[in-house]
Design a protein around this ligand. Structure first.
Ligand code: PLP
Length: 373
């Protein structure tokens, strides 16, 4: 049985070149980058070269990149910092954000007691940007936190438009780019957001490492206290192998961006056409969705919901739930709950997410397996 991995929005397999880079660093570059001897200098050089590589692809300066453990850490740090030390009195976000944002906002609200407003979600899963603009004004210091690509349905935020609206009202814009970075070009001179966060494991890099972009006029207090690492903002000896792996993964993602985008787009289109040809009444959740994420509502009975993932898993096929009862859990997806009808939210939805490692043959096997359920 061949295992088929169609859950690339959850995490991605490492590219072989990334593994090679990491093993090489683990074997040879074990010096502490804070040490002044040659071992330390070698590690320091990897650290700073990695930072420059990432900055080059984003068209920002290397000093604006801070390494973190992941995107969740970056979001927690930035949002806390903005409400604690930067006078933010209101946060505008949406109910379809990742929990890394939603729960951070809710917990900070409990602690600091500011206003939170949620942008309306349209029936097609996109945000109502007119409603967004109505929620802004010049008088209240505001932070806007919105994701670029939604991890469950793949809807895409118009970053330049949102950044432009934020500028108009002097609002700070924090963007969770976890699902888009390395999969679409982001130019930080063109897109005037203030903060972004990323996790390497979503672009074929290692887990446990990510970065935050902090625009240079933004003043931040340390996330942790201790050593001088990361300009004193995130103390603790740097994970050089992770950072080198992330930088390699980001470099390769950008190098292959055009051909991989084309390949994955065709794969998704093929999957959509095969699903439509084989399942009458299938519905795609969300409109104008990103090229590697497909969320579909299956024309199956409610009772089959729990069985589907289990059955696919038994056949070695990994996809993700799109809605409703995951084995044992009765919680519906908080994203789909925002825009699907009461009736549809109970039906089984699946999230299928692709990478350049997937093939049409895998899609065929997936469809055939789904037909047997
Ligand atoms: N934001 C989005 C959109 C995600 O998809 C994820 C992970 O699934 C995260 C944030 C959190 O990423 P991490 O767990 O790597 O911090």
């Amino acid at each position: 049985m061949k295992n088929i991995y169609l859950d690339n929005a959850a995490t991605t397999p490492l590219r072989p070149e990334v593994i090679h880079t990491m093993v090489d660093v683990l074997q040879h570059d074990y010096g502490n980058p804070s040490s002044t001897h040659s071992f330390g200098r070698s590690s320091k050089s990897i650290l700073e070269t990695s930072r420059k590589t990432i900055a080059k692809h984003l068209n920002c300066s290397a000093q604006e990149i801070i390494f973190t453990a992941n995107a969740t850490e970056g979001t927690n740090w930035i949002l806390r910092e903005m409400v604690k030390n930067n006078g933010i009195k209101k946060i505008i976000t949406s109910k379809i954000e990742h929990h890394a944002t939603l729960y951070t906002v809710l917990n900070l609200q409990k602690e600091f007691g500011f206003d939170v407003e949620y942008i309306n979600v349209l029936p097609n899963g996109n945000l109502d940007l007119f409603d967004f603009e109505r929620k802004l004004n010049d008088e209240i210091p505001t932070l806007v936190t919105l994701m670029h690509v939604n991890n469950e349905i793949g809807t895409v935020l118009d970053l330049n438009r949102v950044a432009g609206i934020c500028k108009k009202y002097n609002a700070i814009f924090h963007c969770d780019t976890v699902q888009s970075i390395g999969k679409i070009k982001i130019d930080l001179q063109e897109t005037q957001l203030d903060f972004l966060v990323a996790s390497a494991h979503k672009f074929h890099g290692p887990k446990g490492i990510g970065f935050a972009f902090i625009r240079k006029n933004r003043i931040m207090q340390p996330m942790f206290f201790g050593g001088e690492q990361e300009k004193g903002l995130r103390a603790g000896t740097e994970a050089i192998h992770q950072i080198a792996g992330m930088s390699k993964a980001f470099d390769l993602a950008n190098e292959h961006l055009v051909e991989e985008t084309k390949y994955i787009t065709e794969l998704k289109n093929y999957c959509v056409s095969q699903l439509q040809a084989n399942f009458d009444g299938i519905i795609i959740n969300g409109e104008n969705t990103f090229y590697n994420i497909l969320n579909v509502l299956l024309p199956f009975s409610e009772e089959k919901t729990a069985m589907i993932l289990f059955n696919l898993d038994m056949k070695g096929i990994a996809v993700s739930r799109g809605s409703a009862c995951q084995s044992g859990s009765v919680k519906p997806s908080h994203v789909l709950a925002e825009f699907l009808s009461e009736e549809n939210i109970k039906k089984p939805s699946l999230r299928i997410s692709f990478s350049h490692y997937n093939t049409k043959e895998e899609i065929d096997i997936f469809i055939e397996s789904l037909k047997t359920i």
